[in-house]
Write a protein that binds this ligand. Structure first.
Ligand SMILES: Nc1ncnc2c1ncn2[C@@H]1O[C@H](COP(=O)(O)OP(=O)(O)O)[C@@H](O)[C@H]1O
Ligand SMILES: [Mg+2]
Length: 633
C-alpha cells in the first residue's frame, strides 16, 4: 500500500489545516457579536418584489440563459477535446487531423467568446433599465413623502439609497444571478462529464469537496463580519463628510480645522482597518481554495502521470494521457465556480440588504395623501377659515391650541408674536405640508382635506422663511420648470416685486448663473427672487413667511414696497417682522404659545393697548433710537 502514502500525507496536511480553521471558527462564534445582515424582511418577499421589476425583461433574461448554455457547453466540451487531441498525437500522428481538431477547438472558443460578449451587453442593458426604473420610482416616492417624514430621514441616507443601494441591485441583475446560475450548471456539468470518463478519479476529486465546504462556511462567517465593518465605516465617513463639508465655513470661522481633522482621521483609520480586515479574509480564503486545487492536481498527477506515456490502471480503470489532461482541466473548472459561488453568495446577501433598505423606503406610506374622492379646484377665490385647529408636530406637544380665524377673499392677514409662537406653523398647514389633528381648515368654504393636494398647491403661492434657490439660472429659478411663460412675463413679475433693479445690473440678466443654493446672491436678493417666483405662477392666495435675516436698508425698502403691491393681488397671509409693513393689513392676529391673543386692525389693536400695542411701542422706540432721536420721556 506504500503507493498511497503520498495521498495519505496530503490528506493529513489538509486535515491539520482544517482543524486550525475549526478552532478559529469556534472562537469567533463565541464572540456573540452582531454578525451578518440583520434583516426584517423575508428573503422571499424581497425576491418577489425584485421580480416585479425584472418581469418586463423576462425575454432578455431567457435569451441570456440560452446564450449562457453555449459557454457552459464550452467549459464542458473543451477539456474532452483537448484530451482527444493528446490521444490523437500519441496514437498515429497525422498533421491534417490535428489541424482539423485545433480548428474545431478554436471555433468553439470563438463562439464562446462571442456569446460572452452578447451576454454581457444584454445583461448590462437590462440591468440598467431595471435599476433606472427602481431609481425613478424611488425618487417619485420620496417626492410624495410629507415634510414630517422627510425630516425623519437624513438627506445623506436618501442619496445613498438612490445611488449606492440601487447600484448593488444593478450588480445583482447584471452579474451575480447569471454567474450563480452558470456556476451551478458548470459544476453539475463538469461533475457529470468526469463521472462518465472515470469515476475513480472523480471520486478522488470529490474527496476535496468537504474541505471546500468547510472552508467556505468559515469564510462566510468571517467575510460577513468584515463586510459589515467596511459598510459601517463607509456610512460613518460619508455622514461625517456630508455634514462637515456643508458646515466647512463654520469650521473655518471657529478655527476648528485641527479638531475636525482629528475626528476625520479616526474614522479614516477605522475604515482603512476594516478594508484591510476584509482583504485579509479574502487573502486567506483564496489561497486555501487554491491549495486544495493544487493538492488535487498533484494527486491526479501522482495517480495518473504514467498514463501520459503508457496507459495505467487505477483501481481497475484505465487512465490514458488524454484523460489526465482532460481531468487536469476539469479540476480547474470545478474548483473555480465553487470558490466563486462562496463569494457570490456574499455579494447576493449584500444586494438583498440594499434591496431591503430601498423597499423600506417604498413602504413608507405618504402621510399626507389625497382622499379618494378629493376634488380638483379650477378656481380659488381665496376665502380662508381656521376652525378650532389643534396641531402638534410630536404627539401630545400642542403647537396650535384651538386656533380660529376667518379671512375674506382678497384680504391680507398678518401674524405677529414671539419666536416659536406658531406663526410659521399656521402658514405651512394651509397647503397641507402637514395634516392637522383636530379642527378644520377651509378654503372657499371647503375642507382642504377634500381638495386634491396638487390643485390646492397650484392656487397657493408659498414664500417660505428660508428661500431655496436651485443651481441653474435666474430664469430657471423663477419658472421652476413651468411652461408657456415667456421672458416678458418673467420680467413683468420681476418688475412688480422690484427684483428688476438688481437683475438689470447683472451681466447676463435672466441668464445669470445661480450657484448651489444661490450663495452668489444676497439674502435680500434671494427673497425678491422668491417673490417673483410666486407672482409669476399667478396664485390666488399668497403665503409669506418673511426671513429675519439682516437686509440692507435699500433692499428692505424694495421688499416693503413689493409686499404692499402684492397685497393687492389676492388673499395674503403673512408673517412680517417690520410692523410698518403690517400696518396696512386688513387684520392682524397676535399669537402667543399657539393661541390667538388679540385680533383686529392696526388701529383697533393700538386702541386696545394690549400686547400688540406694547410690541409696537417697543419697535417704534427702537427705530427712533436708531435714527438718533431722543427717547420720548
Ligand atoms: N418641524 C418641526 N418639528 C417639531 N417641532 C417644530 C417643528 N417646527 C416647529 N416646531 C416647534 O413648533 C413651535 C412653533 O414653531 P413656529 O411655527 O416655527 O414658530 P414661529 O414661526 O412663530 O417662530 C416651536 O416651539 C417649534 O419648536
Ligand atoms: Mg417662523
Amino acid at each position: 500500500m506504500h503507493e498511497f502514502f503520498p495521498l495519505i500525507l496530503v490528506g493529513g496536511v489538509l486535515g491539520f489545516v482544517s482543524l486550525i480553521f475549526i478552532i478559529a471558527y469556534m472562537t469567533i462564534r463565541k464572540q456573540k457579536e452582531a454578525i451578518g445582515f440583520d434583516r426584517n424582511m423575508k428573503d422571499s418577499e424581497i425576491t418577489r418584489r425584485l421580480l416585479v421589476y425584472a418581469k418586463p425583461h423576462i425575454g432578455s433574461f431567457a435569451l441570456v440563459l440560452l446564450i449562457m448554455m453555449f459557454s457552459v457547453a464550452y467549459d464542458i466540451v473543451s477539456p474532452i477535446l483537448m484530451g482527444h487531441i493528446i490521444e490523437v498525437i500519441k496514437a498515429d500522428f497525422e498533421m491534417s487531423y490535428l489541424l482539423a481538431m485545433v480548428a474545431v477547438y478554436g471555433g468553439i472558443l470563438v463562439v464562446s467568446l462571442i456569446c460572452t460578449y452578447f451576454q454581457a451587453i444584454i445583461l448590462q442593458r437590462t440591468g440598467q433599465k431595471i435599476v433606472s426604473r427602481i431609481r425613478e420610482d424611488l425618487f417619485v416616492h420620496i417626492e410624495k413623502l410629507s415634510h414630517n417624514q422627510l425630516n425623519g430621514i437624513p438627506v445623506g441616507k436618501l442619496v445613498t439609497r438612490v445611488t449606492n443601494d440601487t447600484g448593488a441591485i444593478s450588480m445583482m441583475f447584471t452579474n451575480l444571478i447569471v454567474n450563480l446560475i452558470k456556476n451551478c450548471f458548470v459544476i453539475i456539468g463538469v461533475l457529470t462529464a468526469m463521472l462518465c470518463l472515470n469515476y475513480m478519479l472523480t471520486f478522488m476529486v470529490l474527496c476535496f469537496v468537504p474541505f471546500i465546504v468547510l472552508f467556505t462556511m468559515i469564510f462566510r462567517k468571517f467575510s460577513r463580519k468584515a463586510y459589515r465593518r467596511v459598510k459601517d465605516g463607509t456610512t460613518d465617513i460619508n455622514t461625517f463628510l456630508s455634514e462637515n463639508l456643508s458646515g466647512m465655513k463654520i469650521i473655518q470661522i471657529f478655527n476648528r480645522e485641527a479638531g475636525k481633522k482629528d475626528e476625520f482621521d479616526k474614522k479614516n483609520i477605522e475604515l482603512g482597518r476594516a478594508k484591510r480586515g476584509e482583504m485579509l479574509v479574502f487573502s486567506i480564503f483564496r489561497p486555501l481554495v487554491y491549495m486544495l486545487y493544487v493538492s488535487s492536481v498533484l494527486c491526479l498527477l501522482y495517480l495518473a502521470a504514467r498514463g501520459v506515456i503508457k496507459d495505467v490502471e487505477f483501481l481497475g480503470q484505465t487512465i490514458t494521457g488524454g484523460l489526465v489532461v482532460t481531468f487536469y482541466s476539469y479540476i480547474n473548472k470545478f474548483f473555480n465556480p465553487i470558490q466563486n459561488l462562496a463569494e457570490q453568495f456574499n455579494w447576493l446577501q449584500s444586494a438583498y440588504a440594499s434591496a431591503e433598505k430601498i423597499f423600506t423606503i417604498f413602504d413608507m406610506v405618504p402621510e399626507v395623501q389625497d382622499a379618494p374622492d378629493a376634488v380638483e379646484l379650477d378656481e380659488v377665490k381665496g376665502e380662508i377659515e381656521f376652525r378650532d385647529v389643534w396641531f402638534a408636530y410630536k404627539e401630545g406637544e400642542w403647537v396650535l391650541k384651538g386656533v380660529s380665524f376667518h379671512v375674506n377673499a382678497g384680504d391680507t392677514v398678518a401674524f405677529v408674536g414671539a419666536t416659536g409662537s406658531g406663526k410659521t406653523t399656521i402658514l405651512s398647514l394651509l397647503c397641507r405640508n402637514w395634516d392637522i389633528q383636530k379642527g378644520q381648515i377651509l378654503v372657499d368654504g371647503r375642507d382642504i382635506r377634500t381638495i386634491k393636494i396638487s390643485s390646492l398647491r397650484r392656487h397657493f403661492g408659498q414664500m417660505l422663511q428660508d428661500v431655496f434657490l436651485f443651481a441653474g439660472t435666474i430664469r430657471s429659478n423663477i419658472l421652476l420648470g413651468a411652461e408657456g411663460i415667456d421672458d416678458e412675463a418673467v420680467m413683468d413679475a420681476c418688475r412688480y416685486v422690484n427684483a428688476n433693479h438688481f437683475i438689470d445690473k447683472l451681466p447676463a440678466g435672466l441668464d445669470e448663473e445661480v450657484r448651489d443654493r444661490g450663495n452668489n446672491f444676497s439674502a435680500g436678493q434671494r427673497q425678491l427672487l422668491s417673490f417673483a417666483r410666486t407672482i409669476v405662477h399667478k396664485p390666488s392666495v399668497m403665503i409669506l413667511d418673511e426671513a429675519t435675516a439682516n437686509i440692507d436698508t435699500e433692499t428692505e425698502l424694495l421688499i416693503q414696497d413689493s409686499l404692499e403691491k402684492m397685497m393687492n393681488i389676492g388673499t395674503m397671509l403673512m408673517v412680517a417682522h417690520r410692523l410698518s409693513t403690517i400696518q396696512h393689513a386688513d387684520k392682524i392676529i397676535y399669537l402667543s404659545h399657539g393661541e390667538i391673543q388679540e385680533e383686529g386692525t392696526h388701529a383697533e389693536l393700538l386702541a386696545m393697548k394690549g400686547r400688540y400695542y406694547a410690541l409696537y411701542s417697543m419697535q417704534f422706540e427702537k427705530e427712533r433710537l436708531a435714527k438718533g432721536e431722543h427717547p420720548v420721556a
